[in-house]
Ligand binder design. Structure first.
Ligand code: 5AD
Ligand code: SF4
Length: 587
């Protein structure tokens, strides 16, 4: 046995930032008692056979420490995976997918949906095929989420199911390979490999370019992992491959990582430091999507409005950052770079018929220039996600959110004055460390005061590594957390029904997505505020061709007269097919 167990810690600093990002690259040999099939994971005796002897000798002359440093060193221009030389211990042929079928399964947030498309884009270029049939897959990759304990439990349960499939396949000619991608791979690292011997590979959120190599290593029966976090990886040159080719909207990742370090949150540890993608590559992607006929783009990032492109020297000035009034950062204030308002301006000019949304922002980064632009530009949706997390200043302080309830409420008023008719949504956590009944009631009162159109509410789930884990006590009993969560949900629904009720009688511009899931005779789409709108599939006028009667197709803009509203949907009847530009005159 050649116990190549090479764990490297590489720390490096870019742009003179402090050395806080710890990077790991980790290979593991299979264990003597591995459940892997004999063809994949040899017993000591089998290792003397030609194939494995060959592999072992190549490993012996394999990568050096310098090689890993090179692999992780900052690159002037991101290079495409296929343009790189193969690692010295793998042949070009071994890096190819050779038509093996990959089944991808996504958990968690929209960022993970986009990451799935990026991972698939990389594998497709390496010669893999995609399958939506689990039974015929040669490789199963789960793109995972770690945000709450429950999210991880779902993945463990799924892995247990997949174990049976893998055991069944162990007798076949092509053994099944299983990989864990994303946040859970990053958080748990080798713990997953040790706990679930049937997992063949791990790839953290910044390691997707390495997937062909990891799969090649896994193919030889070794467990393989790359959980290096990067200070600059944005996959800027990887055009995501749309999972649903008939979709009317797409996600475009504009930044990754998070520097905020809210005390409850695992994201800075799983997704690393904040970094933005160069504006030029974002615009190029948006142009391509527009040419493909897509009608909506959602700019994505963990802190999307903290965007700061300082990829070129001329972008770097000493211009201080404008924060929302009354808000502070947990980190040293940054300066210069092209900011979110600049990007939003440029992106919205690409195609006036393309709707622009963005998620998920932090309330601290809504300076007036961003609000002004959302107000003025017809194709930027008047919808803002404004995660509050709590209505109690005391809890917000413990969460290290950088604002008080008062500053948050003032921002809400300012946004509503700046963008009349804006639709607001928020995230809340029930039962954070030390949350009293009084704190909880303050959150209830914030929900009543703001009257959000949409909400995402969660019970607090303690995560290792976070500041709350180290410094605070998870002292709200589970049943109290759940009871408070229920109360928040009830209040949110009541208020959202009222807020959405104000749309009744109005005419809304709806981007048609397709048939409604509940009724074959209805169509479904979204209004500017991102609320689902259901309406009967009926003939209507086409404003561009007077006299012509048409039926709405996915990707069409239609005007819908709203007749009823609930906390989650609007219903109405369709008036006509139109364009985004023409609709501005009607709505
Ligand atoms: N427990 C519960 N909810 C959490 N969130 C983030 N971390 C936790 C946690 N430890 C919620 C926040 C965040 C959303 C994406 O998930 O509300 O805005
Ligand atoms: Fe889950 Fe957050 Fe990671 Fe998204 S970024 S997958 S929500 S932990």
């Amino acid at each position: 046995m050649h116990p190549l167990q090479c764990i490297l810690r590489v720390q490096r600093s870019l742009r003179w930032e402090p050395l806080t990002s710890v990077s790991w690259l980790l290979f593991k040999t299979c264990k003597a008692h591995s459940t892997l099939p004999s063809t994949a994971c040899p017993s000591p005796g089998q290792q003397e056979d030609g194939v494995h002897k060959d592999f072992s000798s190549r490993l012996a002359t394999g990568p050096t420490f310098q090689h890993f440093l090179r692999a992780s060193a900052p690159q002037e221009k991101p290079s495409s995976p296929e343009a790189e030389d193969p690692p010295p211990y793998l042949t070009v042929d071994e890096l190819l997918g050779r038509q093996r079928k990959v089944y991808l399964e996504t958990y968690g947030c929209q960022m993970n949906v986009n990451d799935t498309e990026i991972a698939w884009s990389i594998l497709q270029k390496s010669g893999y095929l995609r399958t939506s049939n689990l039974q015929e897959a040669d490789v199963i990759l789960l793109v995972t989420c770690s945000i709450r304990e429950k999210a991880e439990q779902t993945i463990w349960n799924r892995l247990h199911q997949l174990k049976a499939l893998k055991t069944k396949r162990s007798r076949s000619r092509v053994p099944l390979r299983i990989g864990i991608l994303g946040c859970m791979a990053e958080r748990l690292k080798e713990e997953i490999l040790n706990k679930e011997k049937m997992v063949d590979l791990l790839a953290g959120p910044d390691a997707y370019r390495d997937l062909p190599r990891l799969l090649a290593v896994a193919e030889s029966g070794q467990q393989a992992a790359n959980v290096l976090l990067s200070l600059e990886e944005t996959y800027a040159d990887v055009m995501p491959v749309q999972t649903n080719p008939s979709a009317t909207s797409a996600f475009v990742s504009i930044m990754r990582g998070c520097d905020n370090m809210c005390s409850y949150c695992i994201v800075p540890f799983t997704r690393g430091r904040e970094r933005s993608r160069p504006i030029a590559s974002i615009l190029e992607e948006v142009r391509k999507l527009s040419e493909q006929g897509l009608k909506e783009v959602t700019l994505l990032g963990q802190n999307v409005n903290s965007f700061r492109d300082n990829s070129e020297i001329q972008f770097n000035s000493a211009v201080p950052t404008n924060l929302s009034r009354g808000f502070t950062t947990n980190y040293k204030t940054k300066q210069g770079g092209l900011r979110f308002s600049h990007l939003l301006d440029q992106v919205s000019r690409v195609d006036p018929e393309m709707r622009i949304r963005f998620t998920s922002p932090h309330p601290k980064d809504f300076p007036d220039e961003v609000l002004q632009l959302i107000h003025e530009r017809g194709n930027i949706c008047k919808q803002i996600h404004l995660p509050a997390q709590s209505g109690s200043s005391r809890v917000l302080d413990a969460m290290r959110r950088g604002y008080s309830r008062e500053a948050y409420v003032e921002l809400v008023h300012h946004i509503r004055e700046s963008i009349p008719g804006v639709s607001l949504s928020s995230d809340f956590i029930a039962g954070f460390c030390g949350e009293t009944e009084e704190d909880h009631l303050q959150t209830v009162s914030l929900l009543r005061e703001v009257q959000y159109n949409m909400g995402f509410l969660f019970a607090y789930s303690m995560r290792q590594k976070t500041r709350a884990y180290h410094r605070l006590k998870d002292d709200v009993p589970e049943e109290v957390k759940l009871r408070r969560l229920e109360e928040l949900i009830t209040v949110f629904r009541e208020e959202a029904s009222k807020a959405n009720g104000t749309c009744v009688g109005s005419t809304q511009l709806v981007l048609v997505e397709g048939p409604s899931k509940r009724s074959a005779t209805d169509l479904c789409g979204r209004n500017d505020g991102n609320l689902k709108v259901i309406f009967p599939d009926a003939e209507m006028e086409d404003t561009a061709n007077p006299g012509l009667r048409v039926r709405a197709q996915p990707g069409d803009y239609v005007l819908v007269k709203i007749t009823s509203a609930s906390s989650q949907t609007l219903k109405g009847h369709v008036l006509c097919r139109t364009t985004l530009k023409d609709s501005l005159a009607h709505c």
